[in-house]
Design a binder for this molecule. Sequence first.
Ligand SMILES: [Zn+2]
Length: 50
Amino acid sequence: MPRDRIVLACGECKRRNYDLTKNKRTHPERVEYRKYCRFCNKHTMHKETR
Ligand SMILES: [Zn+2]
């Protein structure tokens, strides 16, 4: 199955903290994950960006 590279950006400071892959066939929508932001020094919502 092809995996597509996406980038997750912090919802608060907008910095791009995470590179990962997802299968766009099974997750065509933009994903959001609660992850640790080292700039905000806390967990924030991280949204898929391109
Ligand atoms: Zn942040």
